[in-house]
Ligand binder design. Structure first.
Ligand SMILES: Nc1nc2c(c(=O)[nH]1)N[C@H]1C(S)=C(S)[C@@H](COP(=O)(O)OP(=O)(O)OC[C@H]3O[C@@H](n4cnc5c(=O)[nH]c(N)nc54)[C@H](O)[C@@H]3O)O[C@H]1N2
Ligand SMILES: Nc1nc2c(c(=O)[nH]1)N[C@H]1C(S)=C(S)[C@@H](COP(=O)(O)OP(=O)(O)OC[C@H]3O[C@@H](n4cnc5c(=O)[nH]c(N)nc54)[C@H](O)[C@@H]3O)O[C@H]1N2
Ligand code: SF4
Ligand SMILES: [Mo]
Length: 672
């Protein structure tokens, strides 16, 4: 039996490191790694289910091709055939249009390892092409925090255990960040109060001392009210506040306009007692934590709300001489050279650079670009036909594409509409480096298994495709395909990174993950207060009031036993037939009564983009404004979700929760 050190490569806060137990080349067990100072040996159920994931009967074994597209008429092809078809197409498009702009890719978060930027490197190596720009998870919040702090530095989430108050705005760690819960419980055992502010009574809310059910998108006004209470408290030291910030006096003038608790209650739907208790807890806390979740910034008003919440966090911090902390996410990954992501683009004689398309409106924008139109799409680490918004535009996009290649481990909704599907390696089958966006630990992911049938790592696929391109058209790609995975790892562990993590080589990571050296006091910069136009802000919140046509806001949050569309075919985690089940629409008792519905009734959830059939589940905890639906499944709800963007053309995350819908009973025809 051999034991290897791996790291979970999912787009998950925890980036757990794990041990894989391999006997005669077979993975027999996965365990948490107790050398990881943050996860301390824990894994979630998805981590433990990797032994089933790796050998799942639905895992893709060989390159396959279908004709015609979408027919399900798949045939096995060799890697050599696959590379030849793909390289021929890229080269032919280049000859047709005089550049590679007609070739492009869409990639996101299937595997977040640093060596998974191989596709980006390969495309850069062939010169200007079409690529996605942005991040659909967390950009809105990131941009908002950049306005408040020039450089937002997040302290160790392990320190949450020492807080006396933890206020969680729109995050659901009991589902999305399981290892963090032990620090929250530790704080609670030592007497801390836990507050959860969320439109849904989540698994995290169920563990809280105070739960505030809020109307989606109205956090800002609640936060500003709390900020006013802190600033007006008798303990508050204004002189110190002026020293720590650069526009406190300007902010003080805004405070006058912030309404009283009764108006805040009317606008947010939160009870006055809850609002006052929140303000009291913040005012009396000596070491508060304010946690801004990704969930609460998935709307058009999300950015403003993040700014308002960072204000209450800053004031709480100032009140107790910098002892209050703010958590969102960090960008430690940007310390790394990211040689693959930043691989220099090959020069083109007349085109300066690649064509960038906003990832939030990828398909819609891709159909709009012409000269040349997008004709070849490479999809990796991504399942847009389940997880993206605006799927009607995706349908149009695929009609214009001459070749779609998807690299994945399973036959996803996206693979189903592709021409060629290439089998990707699982993380045990490749070497990689994993950097979290939440804690500050780095983990190596050793290769513990040989490839599953003919699957290959994304990096290996890139290397081989590059060779084929250069064989057919010498000099087409500049990608150094001779470099091995370990060469890329060593390039990432530059002298600066070694210094930052206190290591001398990758070998140090083989004996355990390492933590980045953190500065003693993060956020040393002065806080710059958010100065909202309060009356416009209030108007925005009240205008969100009921639309008669689409009175419900549809929230489609993350699920405990899945990562987006992943793992939904694993019987260890879901009921075998759950994938095939109807969509379940949770509605409030109020909505059920008003629409004459009961649990198990068949309905349609609809809006201007279409409709999706669903089964009703009446949820007594649900607010009357909300319809709650899970992501993924065989009939993804994303068919009726469209990101509207914002008027200011700012960089944002996708506004998945700005989705207004209505419901209607499904009419069953006489024939049944
Ligand atoms: N098990 C599991 N874990 C995951 C993932 C997964 O799919 N499954 N995905 C990972 C990824 S990629 C991400 S981005 C993170 C997301 O992590 P989280 O942000 O924790 O998760 P979400 O489910 O997006 O949203 C959290 C909460 O925000 C609430 N919310 C929505 N709108 C508002 C609002 O206006 N105000 C307030 N106060 N709350 C609001 C929702 O009701 C929801 O309960 O999770 C990561 N972890
Ligand atoms: N309705 C709704 N939609 C949402 C959200 C929401 O809250 N509501 N959340 C959004 C968020 S925050 C996110 S992050 C996105 C996630 O969007 P996606 O990243 O598209 O979602 P996943 O379902 O995780 O799909 C990743 C795919 O990558 C594959 N994969 C895994 N490992 C590898 C690998 O090593 N190589 C290759 N080539 N493929 C691999 C997986 O099998 C899977 O099919 O979903 C978004 N969509
Ligand atoms: S999904 Fe998240 S919590 Fe679960 S094992 Fe992976 S990193 Fe850890
Ligand atoms: Mo995400």
């Amino acid at each position: 039996m051999k034991i290897f050190r791996n790291a979970c490569p999912r787009n998950c806060y925890a980036s757990c490191s794990m041990l894989s137990y391999v006997n005669n080349g077979k993975l027999i067990k996965v365990a948490g790694d107790d050398r990881h100072g943050y996860t301390k040996g824990s894994l979630c159920a998805k981590g433990f289910a990797f032994t089933q994931y790796v050998y799942h009967p639905n895992r893709l074994k060989y390159p396959i091709m279908q004709s015609p597209r979408g027919s399900g008429n798949w045939n096995r092809i060799s890697w050599e055939q696959a590379y030849t078809i793909i390289a021929d197409k890229i080269i032919e498009l280049n000859e047709r249009y005089g550049s590679n702009l007609a070739s492009g890719y869409n990639k996101f978060s299937g595997n977040v390892g640093l060596l998974h930027y191989a596709a980006e490197a390969m495309f850069n190596s062939i010169g200007p092409h079409t690529k996605p720009k942005g991040n659909l998870c967390l950009t809105t919040g990131n941009e908002a925090l950049k306005e408040r702090f020039k450089q937002y530095e997040q302290s160790s989430p392990e320190d949450m255990a020492e807080a006396d108050l933890i206020v969680i705005w729109g995050a659901n760690p009991a589902v999305t960040n399981v290892p963090q819960m032990k620090y929250i419980f530790q704080a609670r055992r030592a007497g801390a109060k836990i507050v959860v502010i969320d439109p849904l009574f989540t698994e995290t809310a169920a563990k809280a001392d105070l739960y505030i059910q809020i109307k989606p998108g109205s956090d800002g006004i609640l936060a500003l009210f709390g900020a006013k209470c802190i600033a007006e408290s008798s303990f508050f030291d204004e002189t110190y506040a002026q020293e720590c910030t650069n526009n406190f006096l300007q902010f003080k003038r805004v405070i006058e306009e912030i309404p009283h608790a009764d108006k805040v209650s009317e606008l947010t739907g939160a009870p006055i007692s809850g609002i006052e208790e929140l303000a009291r807890l913040y005012t009396h806390s000596a070491s508060s934590v304010t946690w801004i979740g990704f969930g609460m910034q998935r709307t058009n008003t999300g950015g403003d709300n993040v700014q308002a919440i960072s204000t209450i966090a800053a004031l709480a911090g100032i009140l107790h001489k910098k002892k209050g902390r703010l958590f969102y996410a960090h960008n430690d990954i940007e310390h790394f050279p990211l040689h693959l992501l930043n691989y220099p683009e090959q020069n083109h004689s007349s085109i300066a650079s690649s064509r960038e398309i906003d990832i939030n409106s990828f398909a819609q924008s891709a159909i709009e670009v012409t000269d040349p139109p997008l004709k070849f799409l490479w999809i990796a680490s991504r399942n847009p036909f389940s997880q993206d918004n605006n799927l009607q535009s995706w349908l149009k996009l695929i009609q214009q594409l001459e070749l779609i290649v998807t690299v994945d481990l399973f036959m996803t909704k996206t693979a189903e509409i592709s021409d060629i599907v290439l089998p990707a390696a699982a993380h045990f089958e490749e070497l990689d480096l994993i950097v979290s966006y939440w804690h500050h630990w780095i983990s190596i992911n050793e290769q513990s298994l040989t490839g599953y049938f003919e699957s290959k790592s994304d990096l290996q696929i890139t290397r081989e495709l590059t060779n084929k391109l250069n064989e057919l058209s010498p000099g087409f790609s500049t990608f150094p395909s001779v470099l091995e995975p370990l060469d890329w790892i060593q390039k990432e562990l530059s002298p600066e990174i070694q210094e930052l993590y206190g290591i001398q080589s990758y070998k140090d990571l083989l004996s355990g993950p390492q933590k980045k050296k953190l500065e003693e006091t993060p956020s040393k910069e002065k806080f710059h207060f958010y100065i909202p136009d309060v009356s416009a802000f209030l108007k925005d919140v009240s205008e969100q009031e009921e639309s008669l046509l689409f009175p419900f806001q549809m929230i489609t949050p993350q699920s405990l036993l899945k990562i987006h569309s992943q793992y939904e075919q694993l019987s260890w985690l879901t009921q075998a037939d759950e994938y095939e089940h109807d969509v379940v629409a949770e509605i409030s008792s109020f909505a059920a009564e008003k629409n004459g519905l009961k649990s198990e009734d068949s309905i349609e959830i609809y809006n201007e983009y279409g409709w999706v059939e669903a089964k009703v589940m009446v949820n007594a905890h649900l607010s009357k404004y909300i319809v709650l639906v899970k992501q993924g499944g065989n009939k993804p709800i994303n068919w009726i979700i469209v990101h509207q963007g914002n008027d200011q053309c700012q960089e944002t995350s996708t506004h998945f929760y700005d989705s207004k819908v209505n419901i209607r009973k499904k009419v069953v025809s006489a024939g049944g």
